[in-house]
Design a protein around this ligand. Sequence first.
Ligand SMILES: [Zn+2]
Length: 172
Amino acid sequence: MPIIADNKDWTWVLQRPCPECGFDVLACTPATAPGQLASMLPRWRAALRRPDVTERPNSDTWSVLEYACHVRDVFTLFDYRLDLMLREEGARFDDWDQDVTAVENDYANADPAEVSAELTAEGEQIAASFARVPEDQWGRTGTRSNGSEFTVLTFSQYFLHDVVHHLHDVDG
Ligand SMILES: [Zn+2]
């Protein structure tokens, strides 16, 4: 049951509210990220306790468990990228194929309780990382392998939309 690869470029969410999840990133900054993460992590844990956590709604949509594994890995990856932007001038991000990662890390057969603990730990870690970024560093830059350019500010906005959007995906 292959997932249809989602290669859409989502950087437009930096310009206008998302029509799917309704989230508007304009009020988001690195300083708001810790509070927003603190309110979202319990919703992910609640979703992971559902009895049908491993069931896909259809063959090309991830289960709640698979989405949660993805968000856990987004936390890890974005924490690494944030650190890179703060350490290196003109940081460049390596390509990341989320669908390959899902297969390699066997998202579908993960243990929901373990994923819940890992997602919480990784989410708290990136929350702490954003909390430590002083405002005069928000303009530092990073570039994705497809050419999309971010500042620390737009990176935080892009990241927060991703987590909110996936909560919307799982109705969490
Ligand atoms: Zn959205």
